[in-house]
Design a binder for this molecule. Structure first.
Ligand SMILES: Cc1cc2nc3c(=O)[nH]c(=O)nc-3n(C[C@H](O)[C@H](O)[C@H](O)COP(=O)(O)OP(=O)(O)OC[C@H]3O[C@@H](n4cnc5c(N)ncnc54)[C@H](O)[C@@H]3O)c2cc1C
Length: 529
């Protein structure tokens, strides 16, 4: 038996996982699992910042209202209220961990404004907010004696009732931990815990073009779905309007804060085209800006549009956006203070995910979810910029408080078998894995992207079903590996997105259907699978 026990099992080392771990570690032993290095997360890439009501002329009601407007009628108002109300406390905790948000000369926070926000309320650390948060959280977890970190360990499946040998809890739908692949040895270990938190982040790698890092393959959503946990609102995928257009290279985000700072979107003819789409111009919600760019590119047969910052004070642009300035210089030889930046939309954020309540509890006992993997109800049909780091912090905190209150549960009598891979082989069909992954991502980009239709979605579903069956068949015959597990998870997530999209015969928020271009209040509810 190769079983590792702890009070708390935390899967994922981004803002949700690490902030949860630091809190529960005061009450028991914590194992943090991460499939890459501790700092290989989406969190580290966050540029713009984190929203909170700090300014004197701001109010939690305004923040809640902006969030609800973006969410197009589907936000859960109780979750939104909690998030905006608890934001200042969570920000103070980050400061206690050592995060140093930018301040003005008078000592007050240098708050930025982003699309959809009616006030200046974005706390940031230049354009590297996520990096600063990630680094400080890592420092704190590394020094905590109750926290054990397992890098290069990838969760294969959650352990649930049907794995349990003596079947004690079968009536309850319980999570007992997870089977986890040690990527260095190729062995699958059994991690047994009283409480498990899924903080595996998003799934935007299911699309060919994305702003997300390699790790964002929707593993948590896929494994929860396979375990029978409820998943909601997977049709709402946010496409960031302005990823750097630089074909053949890894994606790079041109932060919304650039538009908040005064950046102007222009088409190849130099027109400020947002004037024809929305009176809020470049600061309209992301779905509107992304669709406008998509339309402009299609109308004029162009691959990209441009973000113009050349009219803004050069020294201020360099000071606020050092990372973007140097990336454009090094990779495209563009001086953003003098030349326009080529940009295109790219898959950025999954608004839906594992349904979790106001305390992060999922529909499975002892299984919690926080961060991008979760659907708490705060984003509804569209996420407001800089609300996701905040949502992760607030609901990870509430999940931690909940499991601490619940104290230990009684899992000691449960007999869990070790992972059995005696009947499988290692055929090493890497070519097949790579081809299937690209095929899947291309189908999603072509048929399930910014603008959709029933015909396209059905076409995607047919192709996906064949792929799904092939991948499952291969999985059953093959020793697990990171590449195979990610492919399997991506195909499950793709399937969930398409099925959810097909259930919503209307256009709302991020879900735009050419054959149902209007909102229909018959669909004013979550799509639950
Ligand atoms: C370029 C970019 C800029 C952004 N800017 C902002 C911003 O300014 N403000 C804002 O609010 N939001 C922003 N976002 C969104 C925000 O960064 C993410 O939603 C948030 O960081 C997610 O945090 P998380 O803790 O849920 O997941 P992540 O930070 O993605 O962490 C997920 C973790 O889970 C691990 N993991 C995944 N699967 C497995 C598995 N099977 N086994 C083991 N480990 C696993 C990963 O290795 C990783 O450690 C941005 C996103 C991107 C891509």
């Amino acid at each position: 038996m190769n079983q590792i026990k702890s009070d708390y099992l935390v899967i994922g080392s981004g803002i949700a996982g690490l902030s949860f771990a630091l809190k529960v570690a005061e009450h028991g032993k914590v194992n943090i699992i991460t499939k890459s290095e501790l700092n290989n997360t989406t969190t580290i890439l966050a540029q713009g910042g984190i929203a909170a009501v700090i300014a004197k002329d701001d109010d939690i009601e305004y923040h809640a209202k902006d969030t609800q407007i973006a969410g197009a009628g589907l936000c859960h108002s109780d979750a939104v209220e909690i998030m905006v109300k608890e934001a200042p406390q969570r920000i103070n905790e980050l400061i206690d961990y050592g995060v140093t948000f930018d301040a003005k000369d008078d000592g007050s926070f240098d708050l930025a404004r982003e699309g959809g926000h009616s006030k200046y309320r974005i706390l940031h650390v230049a354009d590297e907010t996520g990096k600063n948060i990630q680094e400080k959280l890592i420092e704190r977890v590394r020094e905590h004696p109750n926290i054990h970190i397992y890098e290069q360990h990838m969760v294969v499946e959650l352990i649930t009732d049907h794995h349990v040998l003596n079947n004690l809890q079968s009536a309850f739908n319980v999570c007992f931990g997870a089977y986890i692949l040690d990527e260095k040895t190729g062995k699958v270990k059994t991690f047994h815990a009283d409480y498990t938190l899924l903080a595996t982040g998003g799934a935007s790698r299911v699309y060919l073009y994305t702003t997300n890092p390699q790790i964002a393959t929707g593993d948590g959503i896929a494994m929860a779905y396979r375990a029978g946990v409820r998943i909601a609102n997977m049709e709402f995928i946010q496409f960031h309007p302005t990823a750097l257009y630089n074909p053949g290279s890894e994606p790079f985000l041109i932060s919304e804060a650039c538009r908040g700072f005064g950046g102007i979107l222009r088409n190849a003819s130099g027109e400020r085209f947002m004037e024809s789409y929305d009176k809020r111009l470049e600061l309209a919600p992301r779905d509107i800006v992304a669709r406008a760019i998509d339309t402009e590119c299609k109308l004029h047969g162009e691959h990209c549009v441009y973000l113009d910052m050349t009219h803004l004070p050069a020294n201020k642009v360099r000071k606020h956006f050092p990372n973007i300035t140097s990336h454009c210089k090094e990779n495209l030889r563009i001086d953003i203070t003098k030349e326009w930046i080529p940009v295109i939309p790219a898959a950025h954020y999954v608004c839906g995910g594992i349904m979790s309540n106001l305390n992060g509890q999922t529909s499975m006992h002892n299984l919690f979810a926080a961060g991008e993997v979760a659907n708490t109800g705060v984003h509804g049909a569209n996420r407001l910029a800089s609300n996701s780091l905040l949502e992760a912090l607030v609901f990870a905190h509430r999940a931690a408080r909940r499991v601490i209150e619940k104290k230990r549960n009684t899992l000691n009598n449960v007999l869990i078998p070790d992972w059995d891979d005696t009947d499988v082989t290692n055929p090493q069909e890497w070519g097949m894995i790579l081809n299937n992954r690209t095929e899947l991502q291309t189908i999603m980009w072509d048929y399930v992207g910014i603008v959709r239709s029933t015909v396209q979605l059905n076409r995607a579903l047919r192709r996906m079903s064949t792929l799904y069956e092939e991948i499952e068949d291969y999985y059953k015959r093959t020793k697990v590996s990171l590449e195979l597990l990610e492919l399997r998870n991506l195909s499950a997530v793709a399937y969930l997105i398409v099925r959810s999209a097909l259930r919503r015969n209307e256009s709302r928020g991020l879900h735009y259907m050419t054959d149902y271009p209007e909102k229909d209040d018959k669909y004013l509810k979550d799509t639950i699978i």
